[in-house]
Each structure stands twice: as structure tokens, then as C-alpha cells.
Write a protein that binds this ligand. Structure first.
Ligand SMILES: O=c1ccn([C@H]2C[C@H](O)[C@@H](COP(=O)(O)OP(=O)(O)OP(=O)(O)O)O2)c(=O)[nH]1
Ligand SMILES: [Mg+2]
Length: 150
């Protein structure tokens, strides 16, 4: 299934490559850091930072985009998306930004064009609430938080 999403480059994003699927079946497109060419953002161990991506999008109603970590950065550097998955609402027209956190032991240096996260577009289900006095019974009931054992 293919969906058209409009994308607007912000001035500091111009020149970055269009987000693209790296393989035929990739679920996400990578997001690149839209820092100035001479800028470095250094995340010391334990630090977090808001990384601009230099673009804004308009999703069709009924869809969201999720900002997810790249597994390579997590495995090699301990760097991940703090609020993973970040939620981009269909009515958001601001710049997409990525909240990265460095859980690694070394400083992590981000430069322009570095692919720091990925964006996955997904359908959204919305609910109409219906208030009741009791819920339907189920085998699990209120068991949770490890109730089935290890
Ligand atoms: O990783 C993220 C998460 C969110 N957003 C943008 C798009 C999203 O539509 C908006 C609001 O996000 P969210 O609802 O998660 O944040 P909030 O703290 O609830 O802010 P708000 O009160 O603006 O909804 O911020 C990003 O650019 N990156
Ligand atoms: Mg919100």
C-alpha cells in the first residue's frame, strides 16, 4: 500500500536528501539531522538533545507517523529515541524533531545529514468512549504485570 504524504523543506533542511526507503520492504524512512554544515551536536553520556530534521509534513487524516530509533545507533553507540515512538499527529505542521538520548559510555557526535532515527507511517484508530458500570469478563481478568509467570 502506498500513501502520498506532502513534505516541505524548511530553510535549514534544503539540500538534504528526500527521506527514502533503503530497501524494498523497509517500514521506515531515515530522518537526517538538519544541523548547519559547520555545527556539531555532542551528546555526552546520559545527555539528551532535540535534533531538528529540517522538514515538515502533512499526513492524510487517519494516519500518524512514529519516530523510532535506528537499531544500529542503539547497538553500536547506546543512542536511542527518548520518547520512542515519538508521535507525529496528522494535523502537525511544525518541524519534525527527534529527542535523542545517549545511554552509551562515549560522547556521541551528531553532524548534518547523519541519519539519527526513522519515521514509520501508520494508521490510527480513534475511539468513542462508552461508560459502563462493569466490563465483560475475560480469562485474564485483572491479572497483569507478570501474572502469567516468567
Ligand atoms: O518525537 C517527536 C514527538 C512529537 N513531535 C511533534 C509532532 C507532534 O504532533 C507534536 C506533539 O507531540 P506530542 O503530542 O507527543 O507532545 P505533547 O507534549 O503532548 O505536546 P502537545 O501538547 O503539543 O500535543 O510534536 C515531534 O516533532 N517529534
Ligand atoms: Mg500531545
Amino acid at each position: 500500500m502506498s500513501l502520498t504524504v506532502t513534505l516541505q523543506w524548511l530553510p535549514h533542511g534544503e539540500g538534504l536528501p528526500l527521506p527514502r526507503y533503503e530497501t524494498l520492504q523497509s517500514a521506515g524512512v531515515d530522518l537526517a539531522a538538519a544541523l548547519s554544515p559547520d555545527e556539531e551536536l555532542v551528546l555526552a553520556p546520559g545527555d539528551r538533545g532535540l535534533v531538528p530534521c529540517g522538514l515538515a509534513i502533512a499526513l492524510p487524516a487517519g494516519f500518524e507517523a512514529q519516530v523510532r530509533p535506528r537499531s544500529g545507533l542503539a547497538a553500536k553507540n547506546g543512542v536511542t529515541v527518548l520518547n520512542s515512538p515519538g508521535t507525529i499527529d496528522a494535523d502537525y505542521r511544525g518541524e519534525i524533531k527527534v529527542i535523542l538520548i545517549n545511554h552509551g559510555r562515549e560522547p556521541f557526535v551528531i553532524t548534518r545529514g547523519m541519519r539519527i532515527a526513522q519515521l514509520v507511517v501508520a494508521p490510527v484508530t480513534r475511539v468513542d468512549w462508552s461508560e459502563v458500570h462493569s466490563l465483560t469478563e475475560s480469562a485474564r481478568g485483572s491479572g497483569g504485570f507478570g501474572s502469567t509467570g516468567v
